[in-house]
Design a binder for this molecule. Sequence first.
Ligand SMILES: NC(=O)c1ccc[n+]([C@@H]2O[C@H](COP(=O)([O-])OP(=O)(O)OC[C@H]3O[C@@H](n4cnc5c(N)ncnc54)[C@H](O)[C@@H]3O)[C@@H](O)[C@H]2O)c1
Length: 364
Amino acid sequence: MDQTIRVGVVGLGFAGNVHTMAYKKIPGVEVVALAGLEEDRLQLMGKEYSIPNLYSRWEDLVARSDLDAVSVCTPNYLHAHVAIAALESGKHVLCEKPLARNTEEAQSMVDAALRNRRVLQTAFNHRQRGDIMILKQYIDSGTLGKIYYAKGYWMRRQGIPGLGSWFTSKELSGGGPLIDLGVHVLDQLMFLLGEPEITTVSASTYAEFGHRGRGVRRSGLQKMFVGADFDVEDLATAFMRTEDGTTVCLEASWAVQADYDDDFGLDLYGTEGGAQMRVKRYGWQDTLRIFTDHGDVPVTIAPQTWQGTGHQAVVENFIDAIRSGNWSAHAGHEGLRRVQIVEACYKSALEGREISLQSIRQNV
Ligand SMILES: NC(=O)c1ccc[n+]([C@@H]2O[C@H](COP(=O)([O-])OP(=O)(O)OC[C@H]3O[C@@H](n4cnc5c(N)ncnc54)[C@H](O)[C@@H]3O)[C@@H](O)[C@H]2O)c1
């Protein structure tokens, strides 16, 4: 298929900008429409990226009959609305993470993709890091043996985004750092472990800082935010079991009093080797260690890492999926599984008990 793919992007924030930039670099792809509420920014981006059709309403963009694909880069509460409307009108959809606020929405999106025979993908750009790709090669070549325990975290010391905005409203976002940051780490772990079947989760959430106007990203302006709406967690911890006995721990925070800045990482424990990834402030150099034995001698390997291309790779994979014609293989199931796990974690925290993933799937 070598026809030009015509794309529309909904959203003008960080996500809308990186999607647009990535499409512009791909031969045979044209960004022909852009939508968003901030009029100045709409005009600015339209000019910067030479996009001819600009809309304030996403509905007007999705209604165009000449688009092949739509990127959904809106607040989480709009993901399902925009994506389903686009899928129903025959467009392929690349949706920012999380796929949706909850399983019900995510399942409806997958159903719409299957019904309309279109691609639905979730943007998991942190899986496209160079260190994650290298680690995956070590795992696939058997260096770690069977991984039986894995830990992952994304911890910010003071990093509540947009206090009082959609980010900190449960209704609009679906949750706090777990659904915002934790979903990236969950995706990395699921990718590295080969999409294990999570059977149960036990989680806790805490809200200690946001409602007091503390822990916000711009610490100098903290007082301005006191009393702003904040009904999500600022820390979440979870313990998960998989079908084959492997266990997984996940932590995600927007605000904690600990020696973190905006850091994420992983620890993998395998029967033949282990791995550790430590990323501080989105760095990419010297982030990975592999632990194994050479004969009887314990050896630590420090692979040369590279940055990876993040959203560029995500967008290229999406275009490749469209061009492949094998659309039912890209119907959003990965994104759905991560939303199910996140929902199970929130349910577990609320009810103070272990939750089976089966019960989350059956509820849809
Ligand atoms: N993968 C990543 O690294 C990453 C980073 C940041 C955000 N995100 C995700 O991207 C999404 C957007 O996040 P953001 O930080 O860019 O948010 P943002 O609030 O900065 O931008 C949201 C955009 O959506 C637009 N919008 C809202 N309602 C609209 C409507 N009714 N019609 C048209 N446009 C509308 C707004 O005008 C705005 O331009 C979220 O799902 C977030 O989780 C992902």
